[in-house]
Design a protein around this ligand. Structure first.
Ligand code: NAD
Length: 288
């Protein structure tokens, strides 16, 4: 038996990710109760009618005091505000986790608020999602065979980490652990930069599209590459600023790479161009 219970769960922020986790926990019978709280009550009402949650929270203080596990699934920009709101009502046995796409900003905010972090605090990030938002798009299978990164801190009780890891494994995820700074570095490269590039490419071409109707001729590769440019602009705005330093470093690395390609084309350097493409193809085949 672990010291931490996960029987009564409170999800704060009942959108795509919070709703999908709630749904997955309920349909698999992993917990006794999932309560949902969202600043947009309509999301909770919809969640209740779709069977995503057992009940809608009206009194946040009472719900926080009662919960064994609180899952913060709000945009990264409002994590600190929500932490500040619920802090007075947390008890030492409460498990607290999140699903935010950036971790350094959350941990810094938590340190500012708590000083010494609660032993039940286990930051997390599911490497799963879609370009959709809202509880209506939630999917109980979203996390199946997807990675879930936990970034426990020196103050985190290993039993708290284990309790959270078991829940994510229960909904089908492969659980990994990482340092907070490593998480933000890796995600800047593999998620935040690609989103930025997709937004940038579509935006650049969209200016031209008004004149030349360019998207009519877009084939599968363009669609695959730019699907994520349909993601929520506000969410990605927040992520860019929350992971600013790591993202700037990745943009600089990428710009140098594009510059090398440009040079090779300009100089007619087939060897350099083929070298880059061949290395990339082999790396891509290795991980797929
Ligand atoms: P979403 O917009 O679908 O849901 C966010 C919900 O939070 C909304 O229902 C909103 O009303 C609610 N909310 C906002 N401020 C609130 C507040 N102060 N109090 C209570 N509720 C509030 O977004 P999402 O895609 O589910 O993203 C949620 C979190 O998951 C974000 O931190 C995001 O970085 C992370 N994440 C998203 C993805 C993805 O692909 N969408 C993947 C992994 C992680």
């Amino acid at each position: 038996m672990l010291r931490f219970s996960t029987r009564k769960v409170l999800v704060i922020g009942l959108g795509l990710i919070g709703g999908s986790f709630a749904r997955a926990l309920r349909t698999r019978g992993l917990v006794d109760e999932v309560a949902g709280y969202d600043r947009n009550r309509g999301e909770c009402e919809l969640g209740l009618s779709l069977g995503v949650i057992d009940c809608v929270v009206d009194d946040l203080e009472a719900a926080v005091r009662k919960a064994d596990l609180i899952v913060l699934a709000v945009p990264v920009k409002v994590m600190e505000q929500v932490l500040c709101e619920i802090k007075p009502w947390l008890n030492p046995q409460t498990l607290l986790t999140d699903v935010g796409s950036t971790k350094g900003n959350l941990v810094e905010a938590a340190r500012r608020l708590f000083g010494t972090l609660p032993s039940g605090f286990v930051p997390g990030h599911p490497i799963a999602g879609t370009e959709k938002s809202g509880v209506g798009a939630s999917d109980e299978s979203l996390f199946v065979r997807r990675k879930l990164i936990l970034t426990p801190l020196p103050e985190t009780d290993p039993e708290a980490t284990l309790a959270i890891a078991r829940l994510w494994q229960g909904v089908g995820s492969e659980v990994l652990q990482m340092e907070v700074s490593r998480h933000d570095e890796v995600l800047a490269a593999t998620s935040h930069l690609p989103h930025l590039l997709a937004f940038s490419l579509v935006d650049t071409l969209a200016h031209e599209a008004e004149n030349t109707d360019i998207f009519r001729y877009a084939a599968g590769g363009f669609r695959d590459f730019t699907r994520i440019a349909a993601s929520d602009p506000t969410m990605w705005h927040d992520i860019c600023f929350a992971n600013r330093d790591q993202l700037l470093a990745q943009i600089d690395r990428f710009s140098s790479g594009v510059e090398r390609l440009r040079d090779a084309i300009e100089r007619g350097d087939s060897q350099a161009l083929l070298g880059i493409f061949t290395r990339a193809k082999s790396a891509r085949e290795h991980f797929s």
